[in-house]
Ligand binder design. Structure first.
Ligand code: LMR
Length: 396
């Protein structure tokens, strides 16, 4: 049977990692996959995570299965992180959560759930979006289309184009929005713009699905939920896929959560029952470790304070690398303006490099950037920035 199979192309993002590992150049630079690195180029384990793991090692009494929806406390704390502890969704029991294997797992549970119950609905993704978004929803059987988002001329948001496109979408379709730190372009709507987006989504009777993988990487853990909370003011139903890969540095533990909001508590109960059916027929129930770490940190005042300051340190380092990159590019390629990179949020920026330039950087300089020109700014350090900017300048 297997003889008829053809070789699949490497993944646009994770495939780069495989190529990077094989590269023997000691000066190679990986700005591909969205993983935070510190000044020494290491993806560190947060101190608060180490502390929580020590406590868990001592105190965990059983490895019995979790419930299908995972650790209840983890779900509750995740909802608080999204909406704030006293939000109407929480006090009225309108929000439910499924612990998921990573943010991608949460998106796929959402995709399977939507395809089972609303097979005619299309998922609308921004142009551009995370390379895996369309694939996840298509694999779930859903139709995927795109709406205008980034404007290459201004390196900012094409807000008029975005609104015009959203105004055209059929009722009961799904609008995928990036909660903050847009992946791949680092351009987010303002709070005022979120209000207008919420109005259009409401007018169209559409369902927002918010991908929230970078909470804490733009301005702060609470501040970064501003857009989501604007949607929550006017919309009765929504789905939110969150990930703790980046903000807890728990990439390999696959820690995510899918939160669904219904119009009242009984609707939320029905949604949860259906989400549980989706999970049971897929991976049965989630792994425990990463979610246990996250809930121990969020539930403990001192670990939580330490976590927030560790997130702030990652955020600040990325912001300083944006500045340094812009300054170095101005030195090495004075004719080309890269200053927009300083105004963008989160781990990524759209560099404007063409696929050919990206290819040259890889082949001639062992510098790995996603084909779209997306740069993981968190992979820049003060030791590699000079070689990076010189090499980019040589390819312009
Ligand atoms: C990325 O966009 O690089 C990350 O979210 C990792 C991934 O799975 O693609």
């Amino acid at each position: 049977m297997f003889e008829v199979l053809e070789l699949a192309p490497p993944d646009a993002i994770l495939g780069l990692n495989e190529a990077f590992q094989k590269d023997s150049n000691p000066d190679k630079i990986n700005l591909g996959v969205g993983v935070y690195k510190d000044e020494s180029g290491i993806t560190p384990i947060l101190n608060c995570v180490k502390k929580a793991e020590r406590i868990l090692l001592e105190e965990q009494k059983s490895k019995a299965y979790l419930g299908i929806d995972g650790i209840k406390e983890y779900g509750r704390l995740s909802r608080e992180l999204l909406f704030g502890p006293d939000h109407k969704f929480l006090t009225a029991d309108r929000a439910v959560s499924i612990q998921a294997p990573g943010g991608t797992g949460a998106l796929r549970v959402a995709g399977d759930f939507l395809h089972t119950h609303f097979p005619a609905s299309t998922v609308w993704c921004s142009t551009p979006t995370w390379a895996n978004h369309p694939k996840v929803f298509e694999a779930a059987g859903l139709n995927v289309k795109s709406y205008t988002y980034f404007c290459p001329d201004t390196n900012g948001l094409n807000f008029e184009g975005l609104l015009n496109d959203l105004k055209q979408i059929p009722e009961r379709d799904i609008v995928l929005l990036h909660g903050c730190c847009h992946n791949p372009c680092g351009v987010d709507p303002t709070v005022e713009q979120w209000k207008e987006i919420a109005d259009v989504v409401k007018q169209r009777n559409a369902l927002p699905l918010v991908d929230f993988a970078y909470q804490g990487f733009a301005e702060g853990v609470d501040a970064d939920a501003a857009g989501l909370r604007v949607l929550a003011e006017s919309l009765d139903e929504m789905l939110v896929a969150s990930s703790y890969s980046k903000n807890f540095g728990l990439y390999c533990e696959r820690v995510g959560v899918l939160t669904a909001v219904g119009k009242d508590a009984s609707s939320a109960e029905v949604i949860l029952s259906q989400l549980k059916t989706t999970v049971r027929t897929n991976y049965s129930n989630p792994p425990s470790h990463g979610a246990a770490v996250v809930s121990s940190i969020l539930a403990d005042a001192s670990l939580r304070t330490e976590w927030e300051s560790e997130v702030a340190a990652m955020r600040d380092r990325i912001a300083s690398m944006r500045k340094l990159f812009v300054a170095k590019m101005a030195e090495h390629a004075p004719d080309r303006d890269f200053s927009f990179i300083q105004n963008q949020n989160g781990m990524f920026s759209f560099s404007g490099l063409t696929p050919d330039q990206v290819k040259r950087l890889k082949e001639e300089f062992s510098i790995y950037i996603v084909g779209s020109g997306r740069i993981n700014v968190a992979g820049i350090t003060s030791s590699n920035v000079d070689r990076l900017c010189k090499s980019i300048a040589a390819c312009l």
